[in-house]
Ligand binder design. Structure first.
Ligand SMILES: *[C@@H]1O[C@H](CO)[C@@H](O)[C@H](O)[C@H]1NC(C)=O
Ligand SMILES: *[C@@H]1O[C@H](CO)[C@@H](O)[C@H](O)[C@H]1NC(C)=O
Ligand SMILES: *[C@@H]1O[C@H](CO)[C@@H](O)[C@H](O)[C@H]1NC(C)=O
Ligand SMILES: *[C@@H]1O[C@H](CO)[C@@H](O)[C@H](O)[C@H]1NC(C)=O
Ligand SMILES: *[C@@H]1O[C@H](CO)[C@@H](O)[C@H](O)[C@H]1NC(C)=O
Ligand SMILES: *[C@@H]1O[C@H](CO)[C@@H](O)[C@H](O)[C@H]1NC(C)=O
Length: 933
């Protein structure tokens, strides 16, 4: 069973690890696993550790085979040595019942264990024995950026088109980031068309070290500071066949996050949990592959360090998690292209990830207002009535939306000439009120309208812009308008045609933003009107655990031809490429920052669009799941995210909808959306009590727009998260690792929503420190504990962390009106009386204001008893708005006087230690200081 190799001629400068030298003798004399000392892990005896960071010049390895290969089934004694949690699945196929015979035909161990409860796959019965043959490191040479190596497989694996020789490129890109890429050494394979940063110079002082196991090939990555092993891929063999690529690793802890898009708790279960990544149109359900694909995880190590791993691969894949703790990547195409980010804190990991995939776009300010939509507005007049009702009750609203109702026969770029005849006037009216209009757009283009009557199809066909079948004809599926063709957004000519369509429509209906739905792409048929042809793309040797058990389930055939490649490779990128085309079209049409919300997403999507969490239901549990959903998208670099407030399908209740409006007022993208044939659930549809609670919480959101906008600026500038889990700010506090019923805006604003029916209080965790009630300034000093907070139906708990300064503004019913109102700064002092905050301010909609310098940036600082507002960058915009008041939370003694730039000013001081100075009337562009004595 066991194979090992000895090094004959190692170059002298290579430093072998000590373990390896000690074990050389044992290697020579012991060739059976039974003879191996229990204390020495097989790693130690199995060959070579190549300490990569120590390589300084070109090294050549000459290998001599001493003994190799397994011969027949694994001996049970060896198999029983593998603890259950460490059994890496050798037979992941779900289409067959794995028998001992099948298992042993792969040379794997077969041991039956109790099936897992609930029909889940538990401990695999067929698993790899130690030292299962894999690739062998044949050479490893130094390069300018790292290393390049050849990996050779001497025995066939069991998937067709096994690739015999692989090339591995390692780049030490920065001190906290490395890339390991493994691909076919002989010929190019499909790679994700994503522009990644080019690195010119090898990192000088990496905080990681990398070693390789030579035979079988394995990677061992450590964090140098702590010695923590971040990756150890020797636990199972690397497999690299044309349509089956697999690599496994142990994990240093069970605190694993990311890997979207899925409906789950924020912290993933490692209890034999397989997550599938293949864009799919389905109402969010636990354990299904959903709309987007994000092959990225973040892991919290012991001691509070964090790292992240990104597999740049767009093929259908599975990530299998197991309690070892361990993880297996299993993809059916492309290459293994890993980026690893060493943080060391979780915020830095996410920033480092976004340095590779791109920082998110700066949204227009109005995108951060409240959005209202439903499916089933019967007409533009009915849509208009809702917007009017909102105005009558003075409930904030920035954008009115329409679902597919507006279209004529559900065809893109049309509107119903009867029911939506007044749509252009509605949009004009919204604009007059400082509001915006957004409508849905699906990728499927009706293919059955009479020739000459529907330009989008005729022209798309003429220019050859649709996905084709293997026969070279446009692939026809079915979506809302009936039979449809699917634009190939991997073709840049399609972007031009998409723009022209949008331009034509915009001359009739001057929309402001676009909601791109159904872009997995969704298809009401499986594959096409003709199904899919036989072949290895639609019927690959291995199909990951996708819903429907087929790649073409509710989408187009994997074999469909696109300009950049086959759909098999590009499927997960469909929403990304459509978003790119859409954002670019909006810029060209409106000349302002684009607003796009997309259902399907892929890494780097944040550069072009936000995301809503799809077709949820009006249930309490769905409201809860929106928090881990939203926070996961923060990790994916798509900060503009939210769920359908009050739930999309099913029927909401007044209580659920009120609670959900409170939570939803703190989604970065805040939209109430409803399905057709359900009763209205916009705020005006409820009793005065509920309506008022909804209005109040929206006004609170609007009062915080300057803060939220600044967080988006920081996200755009350097990849900070907008909403973030508590553990991002308190990584040393393990009690925060599983929290996903609360979240933060930035570093400091803690949101603790009620997620249960019938509650008038809520439990929330407060990490150590002083926290202030946002509304009153009353403080609580937590030792790191769960606190019970009063939460009547009209109250959302918001707390400010000590040491922060929040810019707020007197709210109005649109972001445009709010923008002109005076600001009120809230200073939450730490016990050492320090605090810090900032403000980014621009015109709210022009392109690239930061890049062009058309913005203002202010830093607020409180130290001891002095507060200063420092204008680090100014533009004229900042002269149109004033700072009217500053409140200090946590001023322990009433001051005798307050000085504004040395001049005495009246103030108020409350028993709960809140000092407020109002009536300041200072222009934002003018720095100032306040001192209390
Ligand atoms: C790597 O994994 C192997 C196989 O499970 C184990 O024997 C070895 O001790 C691990 N190495 C380290 C440094 O954790
Ligand atoms: C490493 O260098 C040796 C000797 O120059 C060469 O034969 C081998 O192909 C090189 N390997 C790679 C992966 O470049
Ligand atoms: C919409 O309202 C306008 C103005 O009140 C009216 O003229 C028109 O007939 C209405 N359209 C529909 C479809 O009800
Ligand atoms: C699809 O077919 C059309 C002709 O029908 C052709 O012009 C176009 O280039 C094809 N596209 C791809 C990606 O094969
Ligand atoms: C089509 O794909 C090829 C190869 O990927 C690329 O070079 C070309 O620019 C693409 N054409 C368009 C119009 O997108
Ligand atoms: C805050 O202001 C004080 C005094 O004005 C200054 O010494 C300190 O460096 C400032 N701190 C920051 C973080 O700007």
């Amino acid at each position: 069973m066991r194979s090992y190799q000895k090094l004959r001629a190692a170059v002298p400068q290579l430093v072998l690890s000590q373990e390896e030298e000690e074990e050389e003798d044992e290697n020579a004399t012991t060739s059976t696993p039974a003879g191996r000392s229990k204390l020495a892990p097989w790693w130690v005896g199995s060959g070579l550790l190549i300490t990569a960071v120590l390589l300084s010049t070109i090294t050549v390895w000459v290998l001599r085979q001493v003994s190799r290969g397994w011969h027949g089934p694994a001996p049970p004694s060896q198999c029983y040595l593998v603890p259950e949690s460490h059994r890496y699945d050798c037979y992941p196929e779900r289409s067959v019942v794995v028998t001992q015979e099948l298992c042993e035909s792969r040379g794997c161990c077969f041991i039956e264990t109790l099936p897992a409860v609930g029909g889940k796959r538990g401990v695999p019965w067929c698993f790899y024995p130690p030292n299962f043959p894999s690739y062998v490191v044949q050479s490893l040479n130094q390069t300018a950026l790292g290393m390049t190596g050849l990996l050779v497989r001497r025995e066939k694996a069991y998937y067709p088109k096994d690739i015999q020789v692989l090339r591995m490129d390692v780049e030490f890109q920065t001190n906290t980031r490395l890339r390991i890429k493994i691909t076919d050494a002989a010929k190019p394979r499909y790679e994700v068309p994503l522009e990644v940063p080019r690195v010119m110079k090898r990192a000088e002082n990496p905080i990681y070290s990398l070693e390789f196991s030579q035979d079988p090939f394995g990677v061992l990555l450590r964090r140098q500071g702590t010695g923590t092993v971040l990756l150890n891929t020797t636990v199972a063999p690397l497999i690299f066949a044309d349509q089956f690529l697999q690599i496994s690793t142990t994990l240093p802890s069970r605190f694993l996050y990311g890997l979207g898009e899925h409906r789950s708790t924020l912290l993933h279960s490692l209890d034999w949990n397989t997550l599938t990544l293949w864009a799919r149109d389905v109402a969010p359900t636990e354990s299904f592959n959903l709309y987007g694909a994000h092959p990225f995880y973040l892991l919290m190590e012991e001691g509070g360090d964090a790292h992240g791993v990104f597999l740049l691969n767009s093929n259908a894949m599975e990530v299998a998690l197991q309690p070892a703790p361990g993880l297996t990547w299993r993809t059916i195409g492309g290459v293994l292209d890993f980026y690893i980010f060493l943080g060391p804190d979780p915020n830095m990991v996410i920033q480092q990830y976004q340095e590779v995939i791109g920082f998110p776009a700066m949204p227009p300010l109005w995108a951060l207002g409240f959005h209202l939509c439903r499916w089933g507005y019967g007409s533009s007049n009915e849509t208009w009535q809702t917007a009017r009702a909102m105005r009558n009750f003075q409930i904030p609203q920035d954008a009115q939306w329409n679902d597919i109702d507006y279209m004529d026969g559900y065809r893109d770029f049309t509107f119903d000439p009867q029911k939506f005849a007044s749509l252009p006037s509605l949009v004009e009216d919204l604009h007059k009120h400082g509001q915006h209009y957004v409508m849905i757009l699906d990728p499927g283009i009706s293919s059955t309208s009479p020739r000459g009557s529907y330009w989008p199809f005729d022209e798309g066909l003429r220019r050859g812009l649709f996905l084709n079948t293997t026969q070279g004809q446009p692939l026809i599926g079915q979506v809302w308008p009936g039979y449809t063709a699917f634009p190939d957004f991997s073709n840049t000519d399609t972007h031009q045609w998409w723009l022209e369509n949008l331009q034509r429509f915009h001359t009739h209906v001057p929309f402001d933003g676009l909601w791109i739905d159904m872009n997995e792409p969704s298809n009401f048929m499986d594959g096409s009107e003709e199904g899919c042809p036989p072949g290895e793309l639609d019927s690959p040797p291995y199909t990951p655990a996708v819903l429907g058990n087929s790649l073409s389930a509710k989408t187009v055939c994997a074999s469909a031809k696109q300009n950049a490649s086959v759909h098999y490779n590009l499927h997960n990128l469909y929403g990304l490429k459509e978003a790119e085309a859409t954002a670019s079209a909006l810029i060209q049409i409106r000349g302002k920052r684009p607003f796009v919300i997309s259902r399907s997403t892929f890494p780097s999507q944040g550069r072009y669009s936000g995301h809503w969490l799809g077709d949820n239901r009006s249930q309490w549990k769905d409201m809860y799941y929106s928090i881990p959903g939203m926070l996961s998208f923060s990790l994916f670099g798509i900060p503009l995210v939210g769920a359908d407030i009050c739930g999309f399908s099913g029927s909401t209740s007044e209580e659920l909808c009120t609670r959900w409006m409170q939570l939803g007022a703190f989604y970065p993208f805040s939209r109430n959306h409803n399905t057709q044939n359900e009763k209205a659930q916009d705020p005006t549809a409820f009793s005065p009590l509920a309506r008022t609670a909804m209005k109040d919480v929206l006004l609170t959101r609007y009062s915080l727009l300057p803060f939220l906008y600044t967080l988006f600026h920081r996200a755009h500038l350097q990849g900070e998260t907008v909403t973030r889990p508590l553990f991002f700010e308190f990584p040393w506090d393990v009690a925060t690792y599983g929290l996903d019923r609360q979240f933060l805006w930035g570093q400091s604003l803690l949101v603790t929503p009620v997620l249960e029916p019938g509650a008038d209080s809520v439990l929330g965790y407060f990490p150590q420190g002083v926290w202030y009630d946002f509304y009153t300034g009353s403080s609580v000093n937590s030792s790191g504990e769960m606190l019970k907070l009063s939460a009547p139906l009209d109250h959302l708990n918001l707390h400010l962390r000590e040491g922060s300064i929040l810019p707020t503004q007197k709210p109005a019913t649109t972001s445009k009106a709010t923008r002109g109102n005076p600001l009120h700064l809230i200073v939450a002092l730490s016990p050492r009386t320090t605090a810090w905050g900032d403000l980014f301010w621009d015109d709210g909609e022009s392109l690239d204001t930061f890049e062009r310098g058309n913005y203002s940036y202010l830093v607020f600082n409180a130290t001891e008893n002095i507060f200063t507002s420092n204008v680090l960058h100014a533009s004229t915009e900042a002269t149109y708005v004033t700072i009217d008041a500053v409140s200090f939370y946590g001023v322990q003694e009433p001051p005798s006087k307050v000085l504004l730039d040395g001049q005495e000013k009246p103030f108020s001081y409350l028993d709960n230690q809140v000092l407020t100075i109002s009536g300041l009337g200072l222009r934002l562009s003018q720095g100032f200081s306040l001192q209390w004595l």
